[in-house]
Design a protein around this ligand. Sequence first.
Ligand code: PLP
Length: 819
Amino acid sequence: MKTTVEFEKYDFKQAIIRHLHSTLGTDENKANNHAWWKATCAAINEHVLEGLRKTQKKHYINDTRAVHYFSAEFLMGRLLSNNMQNFGVFDDVRDALKALGVELSDIMEEEPDMALGNGGLGRLAACYIDSLATLNFPAIGYGIHYENGLFRQEIRNGKQIERPDAWRDYGNPWEICRPESIQEISLYGYVETKYGENGRIQKEWHPGSIVKGLPWDIPVVGYEGGSVNVLRLWQSQSSDHFNWDVFNSGGYVDAQRENVQAETISKVLYPNDDTEAGKELRLIQQYFFCACSLKDIIRRYKRAHGDDWSRFTEQVVIQLNDTHPAIAIPELMRILVDRAELDWEKAWDICTHTFAYTNHTLLPEALEKWPARMIQKILPRHLEIIYEINHRFMQEVEAKWPGNNDIKAKLSIIEESSEKMVRMGNLSVIGSFAVNGVAELHSKLVKENLFPEFNELYPGRLMNVTNGITPRRWLKTCNPALSELVSDKIGKDWPLYLDKLQGLAKYAEQKIFQKQFMQIKHKNKVALAKEIQALTGIKLDTNAIFDIQIKRLHEYKRQHLNLLHIMALYRRLLENPDYDMHPRVFIFAAKAAPGYKLAKDIILAINKVAETINSDPRVNKKLKVVFMPNYRVSQAEKLIPAADVSEQISTAGKEASGTGNMKLALNGAVTIGTLDGANVEIAEEVGDENIFIFGLTIDDVSTLWDKGYNPYDIYDKNKEVKAVLDWLETDYFTPGEPGALLSIKHSLLEGGDPYLVLADFESYSSAQKEVDLAYRDKQKWAKMAILNTAKVGKFTSDRSIKDYVDRIWKLEPCITGHD
Ligand SMILES: *Cc1c(COP(=O)(O)O)cnc(C)c1O
């Protein structure tokens, strides 16, 4: 990695022009913003690739133990500003471009987001590989090179329209194609049982088709002298050869027609935030990237250790980001037992010292289950292996709980329903040496509610690692003004030692600092207001409270609770034009899964209520509502620095962690939230007086369900709730179309209000009143905002990664020096 001094000798201006000429074949007079962006990327890439080469050489020479982070999603966002910041050359490049008459902020807008993920889970993977590189831990991310990432969202007449996301249409400067590392994997076919010389049963899988995996490497630049690691993403391609002998002449055409075409495997990211179980292509995607990645890992291991498997678990640890890559467990067993011809026991010992699994959700609909029939068809040998794993596991269960068939049925990998299903969560717990939840509260629920018997059977296996976010992207890069103020006060190294933000606490009551801090917030609000006006035409009062809810649209995240409260405020203002409230702007951004009807109806409702309120002169001095289309990482980077209030209002027990909550608090937004996920730990850190907690707790929620919850009781008793729900039924917000927003009311009443929106309404509404009062006391608010930034150092992903390293991965840092 280059030192700052080496960079000082580097002439970015010259390099950018050189790439404009010789890489892009254009010149300063002809170049448009896109060409300037590409030339700038190419100049940065010289350093990226040099760092990559040095890091890989160092890892090779030292034959280091490494973590392999398997994830079906990596939500990377843009890389130019991040890579410049991490090299510490952002200002140099900006000045070089300025001297050429080019504005860096303009050309950065040319970069499409790498949106190869849905939301929190994919963004977590991106933050983790940033921290791994920064902390010099040998690591590689493995995933899928989707041709189309998460859909682009357009809003037409208030409705979400999905458009394909063609992020590579004009080439992606950050990826390197590695045809020399192509892997081939098998699908379909049948299993032959053979008897070896020593009487040993040998299984041979005769696949029905072969698919090629072409790896693309995305370099991951660590902060200031960290390593340059890689994210390796697999693209599927059809293979030249095909096992013709597999089919008898009669079966060929039919069997072929049913098979998924090779090229389609990596075509598109499934757009559900939770899982899409039951889709054959999705299972094939999962197997495809796991099998390619395992082959890649084993090829690298064998280069150093040949056929000696005894050191494999010393060198390799694989982290499964949710159950999406759980099929890697039977795949490694297949390789060890069928190919390397190890005994089952030895192979299982290796497996269960290789894998660790992160659980991301307790929502029953999100716990992956695959029909055994489907696995049988696509991966016939893997189904046999899963049955064998389960058979041996059932003997363990029998030994622990003799004769207890209920426990057996519950813990079995196989669910014996009308259609046999394979439970990927159970497989992951059984096949891993460590299982972690993603926040204290969530991990407690994993132990006590989701997997209590596993916790008894394998004491110590279930643990917690609280999620984190990289402060390089989520403060340093996205909020340069605040970053500079922070550096002035506490020094420049806080991006590496985020606990140092504590040093700001002593200025929380200092008038000058409060003024500086809030002036920056105001400047960020002005910049966002400008962006919003350009994008939506809506004009905002930047002295209003900017109240922001940005996340995937989901009933459990309760955007509709926020909406009902907005409608209640609107009603109060209509009934009493002097209703006392500080002006407030409610900003939403969210994508709904294309097949999730109610989520899309909530987007429609937000847009329709927004149109009505924003064009009603009786209220629009005090109240505005904005729905920002196409939520994504680069948009989050603009919204977060401008937030006064952060909405984290999920039903208690439903949000495993949340990471948006951390990003917003870090940027000085005050949270209004439930005691759910990481909100609990944020409250612990910032103190009860610097957060607005409301609503039912986990215990309240279970008590309420136990005693019987009837949302009509609230509807009948609370006049405001009744009025806003009935309002949705009229055509007030959808002129000429009464009932267009009825599904929301329906789900909250006849539907039984499964996420307790009405039950929490009153508590939420009072907490919002407190927010309003607190904001009007400028000094009180400034102090709260500052203390949020000062006290959330715990949530750096560097701390999360250190927790993983200490408790699970057991890695040593490998510092990349100079040649
Ligand atoms: C951080 C982030 C998320 C996760 O947000 P939550 O509020 O934790 O659900 C989702 N999408 C994007 C683009 C993000 O940056």
